[in-house]
Design a protein around this ligand. Structure first.
Ligand code: GLA
Length: 411
């Protein structure tokens, strides 16, 4: 039987709002929320595992979003329900939220309220419902989209005004990142939250994670219009289980910090591309198995590739970025060692079927890959990838169309 690729459609804002209002009213005695807010998942075009190394990343927002219907309360109680976890309603008091005190999916939400309060804002409790078409566990930032949807909702009902401009949004990014790092306990680096809160429709967002930059310096919109070159960005969720993700992610981060410390640097961004060989020579006596050298080489070359990618798309040369994407994948596979069989299969199959570039996106060890594909070949490339998975005895992947979409907001 020929393969039939399964496409994960995104919801229209009106459709997402309708669904989440229904979830809200069923859970909270037929009541209505104060409003509905959303935040998107993301793909990263290039610049992987660079955010926590003060490097460059280049995400776009997906049209797939998490929707939140929320009603403010006078007290500090938080009550949550989710269409994705119907058997796990979640409740806490904000006064009881602290690092290590809460667990489960609601910790990502309570963490945002906690971090905003830590930053000096007055935040009350709320009743809220969640529904989402961002696939869970696909490396497309479903958790960041959950945090960021709540960030803009709380911002709005608390009249903080942070979502009104990019500087305020970078404060919301910080709150969401703290929620994830300190309350949910995931040591991630800020790429996902920045993408979900700061991306704009039809654009990619160049993020620079060097410490101490202003909002304007840390994020810049970059034109990214694959359609103008007759191309489309195809996302493939491999549905590969993420074994040991957390430990492996933390281990990569620790190796980078160790290498920077051995070199006497604050971070690996301080190594200029033409200083890479000297840095590797300096590390060699401390690096018997060469692991640190491989990690450092990935980080330094990846930020350089990201800068070149931005240069090309800024000149309208989208069709020429393919080799940079494919080189990024090879570096993540061979030097950073965060790819897996399923991700490599997507990349190799898509390239053989006519993609101009392909790479894993996000943290790796499973999750999703992206391919830049001539528009007329998208269906054929998807079918070929689907068939390759079937031939390899793997579970069927899922496919998403990913035109660069808007960041978080109110519906
Ligand atoms: C995950 C993390 C991000 C980033 C990427 C890799 O998505 O949440 O902070 O480190 O991996 O680029």
């Amino acid at each position: 039987m020929p393969s039939t690729p399964q496409w994960l459609e995104s919801w229209t804002p009106a459709g997402g709002a309708r669904r989440v209002r229904t979830v809200f009213s069923r859970a909270f005695d037929g009541g209505a929320p104060d409003g509905v807010w959303f935040a998107p998942g993301r793909v990263n075009l290039i610049g992987e595992h660079t955010d926590y190394n003060a490097g460059l990343c280049l995400p776009t927002a997906l049209p797939h979003r998490t929707y939140v219907a929320l009603r403010a309360r006078e007290d500090d109680v938080v009550r949550l329900v989710s269409a994705q976890a119907p058997d796990e309603p979640w409740e806490t008091k904000l006064s009881e939220v602290a690092p290590g005190s809460v667990g489960g999916w609601g910790s990502y939400v309570a963490g945002v309220a906690w971090a905003l309060a830590e930053a000096g804002h007055t935040v009350h409790g709320f009743d809220a419902a969640v529904d989402s078409c961002v696939p869970f566990g696909a490396g497309l930032s479903s958790s960041a989209s959950l945090e960021c949807a709540f960030a803009v909702a709380i911002d709005d009902v608390s009249a903080l005004g942070l979502a009104d401009d990019d500087a305020g949004r970078t404060e919301l990014v910080d709150a969401c990142r703290r929620a994830e790092n300190e309350i949910a306990g995931a040591p991630t680096g800020g790429l996902d939250q920045s993408a979900s809160l700061r991306c704009a429709e039809g654009r990619a967002l160049l993020l620079d994670f060097r410490p101490g930059l202003s909002a304007v310096e840390s994020g810049r919109e970059v034109p990214f219009d694959p359609a103008s070159a007759g191309l489309e960005l195809l996302v493939v969720d491999t549905r590969a289980p993420h074994a040991l993700v957390d430990g492996q992610y933390g281990a990569r981060r620790a190796a980078c910090e160790r290498a920077a410390a051995l070199l006497g640097l604050a971070n690996l961004r301080e190594i200029a591309p033409d200083g890479l060989d000297a840095a590797l020579a300096e590390l060699a006596p401390h690096d018997g198995d060469g692991v640190l050298a491989r990690r450092v080489r990935h980080v330094v070359t990846e930020t350089e590739r990201t800068a070149r990618f931005v240069e090309l798309v800024s000149r309208g040369l989208v069709a020429e970025v393919g080799p940079l994407m494919t080189a990024s994948h090879a570096s993540l596979r061979d030097d950073y060692e965060v790819s897996c069989r399923e991700l490599d299969l997507v990349v190799d199959t898509a390239m053989a079927a006519g993609a101009v570039g392909a790479r894993m996106t996000g943290g790796g060890f499973g999750g999703s890959a992206i391919a830049l594909v001539p528009r007329d070949d998208v269906e054929r490339v998807a079918t070929t990838v689907d068939q390759a998975f079937a031939d390899a005895g793997l579970a069927a992947p899922a496919f998403l169309a990913a035109p660069p979409s808007a960041g978080a907001g109110a519906v």
